[in-house]
Design a protein around this ligand. Structure first.
Ligand code: HEM
Length: 181
């Protein structure tokens, strides 16, 4: 049995973390661009890709939470108690938004009457009947969730950079590939 405390996240946790970052970058880029485009086949393709990304983020986050329960993360690096608490609650809020953001998009899309066909092959059941007024409300909810997630990620990245560049406490390295491993 391994009794040495883990200092790094597992390789799987790292893959899931950085893959999610890439997907979020793609999802946000498409989301911001397509919002202002006039109706066109290009805009439609962007919507479709945006929705596929959302479903992928949802599924990966499910795997990620299950993985985290099975393989706990390393103990936090030394820091004042308030920072540890802030980091724990920011992480929890990010996890929650990783589900609520795609879910609100799925509900909105259902209320608009646009079914999602994942990767063009797997139809995902609509959760709501077509309802224009509800779709407009859900659109606002989805946008607000997207902005809230951005704010959380801004805090998260700022904290990661502060720990790396100012505190030099090695916390960023815990999430990066191990050299020589
Ligand atoms: C440049 C972008 C990012 C950087 C530099 C970064 C950095 C980090 C670092 C260093 C940790 C480990 C903290 C520790 O020592 O415990 C971490 C954890 C985490 N990151 Fe990020 N991150 C970034 C983007 C993201 C994104 C886009 C998401 C989600 C959408 C995210 C979600 C999380 C979560 C939920 C944890 C907690 C993992 C756990 O303990 O279960 N991060 N991040």
């Amino acid at each position: 049995m391994n009794t040495v405390p883990e200092t790094h996240y597992s390789a799987t946790a790292k893959w899931l973390h950085w893959l999610t970052l890439l997907l979020m970058l793609g999802g946000y880029t498409l989301g911001f661009i397509m919002a202002d485009l006039p109706v066109s086949p290009t805009r439609l393709k962007m919507f479709v890709s945006h929705k596929w990304i959302g479903v992928t983020v949802f599924l990966l986050s499910l795997i990620r939470v299950l993985w985290r329960l099975a393989v706990p993360p390393p103990q936090p690096v030394a820091m004042p108690a308030w920072q540890r608490l802030a980091s724990e609650y920011t992480h929890r809020a990010i996890y929650l938004m990783l589900f609520l953001l795609p879910l609100s998009g799925w509900l909105m899309s259902s209320a608009h009457g646009f079914q999602t066909v994942y990767l063009g092959v797997l139809p995902i059941p609509d959760l709501l009947h077509k309802d224009k007024a509800l779709a407009e409300t859900l659109e606002e909810v989805h946008e607000s969730f997207a902005l809230l997630m951005l704010a959380l990620l801004a805090v998260h990245v700022a904290a990661a950079l502060k720990h790396h560049l100012i505190d030099h406490d090695g916390s960023l390295r815990r999430m990066l590939p191990r050299r020589g491993a």
